[in-house]
Each structure stands twice: as C-alpha cells, then as structure tokens.
Design a protein around this ligand. Structure first.
Ligand SMILES: CC(C)(COP(=O)(O)OP(=O)(O)OC[C@H]1O[C@@H](n2cnc3c(N)ncnc32)[C@H](O)[C@@H]1OP(=O)(O)O)[C@@H](O)C(=O)NCCC(=O)NCCS
Length: 164
C-alpha cells in the first residue's frame, strides 16, 4: 500500500465522510444489482447518523482511510448475534473506485481483524452478494470462507418496486 494512505479510527469529525461513503456504497450496491433495497438516504437520516456515531463512539468499530487529505475508504463493524452466539460483524466497507487495487481494502480489513481478535469473540462474519467477486476475493484472501447460503424470495411489492 502506498505510503500516502493512512487508515485510522474515525472520529465524530469524520461523520460527514462516513455518511458520504456509506451512501456511495449503497448507490454502488443498487447499480450493480447486488442489493436493490440499499438505502442511499440511510446514512444521512437521524437513525443512520445515530448508528454511525455509536460505532465511532466505541459501540463497534468505525475506520476511515485517507490518501493525503482525501477520504478514500471506510469500514464499519459491530458485535451481532449469530446462530452460535455473538460474533464480530463486518457491516459495510467501501473504497472509492479510483483508489481500488492499491491495498486499501486489505488495510481496512486487517484493522477489522485486529479489533475482532481483541474482542475475544469466537468468529467474525459478513454478508456479501454472490456476484461481488472483488469483495469475495478480498475476504477469501484474508481467510474467510462461505458457510450458509441465504436465499431470498422478493415479495410481490418489492419485486414491483425494483422494476420501477
Ligand atoms: C471490495 C473492495 C472494498 C476492495 O477494495 P480494494 O482497496 O480494491 O482491495 P485491495 O486493493 O486491498 O485488494 C486486495 C485483494 O482483493 C482481491 N480483489 C480486489 N478487487 C478485485 C477485483 N476487482 N477482482 C478480483 N479480485 C479483486 C485481489 O485478490 C486483491 O489483491 P491483488 O490486488 O494483489 O490482486 C472494493 O472493490 C470496493 O469498495 N467495492 C465496492 C464496495 C463493496 O463491494 N464492498 C463490500 C461489500 S460486502
């Protein structure tokens, strides 16, 4: 990774950056067809802001990556309940398109894994669209392996909305 890239815990001053990058992730998820319900307005909403601030304040993990002064990526994680108890959950991450394949995703993921190991929780997990080969390759390189395959059937209302 280039020396100009810095990954660090986010502070409250980084909230607008996290909101912008979270919205960019949701827009990308919708555009790629990975998640037709990704809410581009969530991060700017009161509940989205409260969620991100809680992660920043230590109820989980919030990281930002900068290239010099330019924000180029983020990662947010929290503890969540799985079928076998609490796990470290990687909730979302995004690297700006122009800065990909420079090791920023790997650097964000490494910090997540350090946080996970310090948590003492037995496992870390995340959800990823099966067609998202870039993210899957990144996660598999770090040792993640697929376990449960979740299948969804869109309700008639959701199927109708996604055609709009
Ligand atoms: C997934 C994502 C975070 C990867 O970020 P990145 O900074 O490009 O990742 P890195 O440069 O650290 O890549 C590490 C490895 O992941 C794999 N990888 C990353 N992008 C890839 C791609 N487009 N195709 C195939 N493998 C890829 C490679 O093995 C790569 O190592 P290499 O460059 O030495 O071959 C980035 O593509 C992204 O933001 N995508 C859109 C949002 C997203 O999918 N988020 C995850 C949702 S679950």
């Amino acid at each position: 990774m280039s020396h100009s890239i810095v990954v660090r815990p986010a502070t409250a001053d980084d909230l607008p950056v996290l909101q912008e990058l979270h919205a960019a992730l949701c827009a990308a998820e919708r555009a790629s067809g990975y998640d037709d319900n990704a809410d581009t307005n969530f991060a700017a909403s009161p509940s989205g802001q409260a969620y991100l601030l809680a992660r920043i304040d230590g109820d989980g993990l919030a990281l930002v990556a900068h290239d010099g002064t330019v924000p180029v990526g983020y990662l947010v994680a929290g503890v969540r309940s799985g079928p076998r108890g609490a796990v470290s959950g990687l909730e979302s991450m995004f690297v700006t398109p122009a800065c990909r394949r420079r090791g920023i995703g790997t650097a964000l993921l490494e910090q997540f894994l350090i946080w996970h190991r310090s948590s003492g929780l037995p496992s870390a997990s995340l959800a990823v669209a099966p067609g998202n080969h870039a993210a899957i390759a990144l996660y598999e390189k770090a040792g993640f392996r697929g376990t449960t395959l979740v299948l969804e059937l869109a309700s008639p209302a959701r199927a109708h909305n996604s055609e709009a």
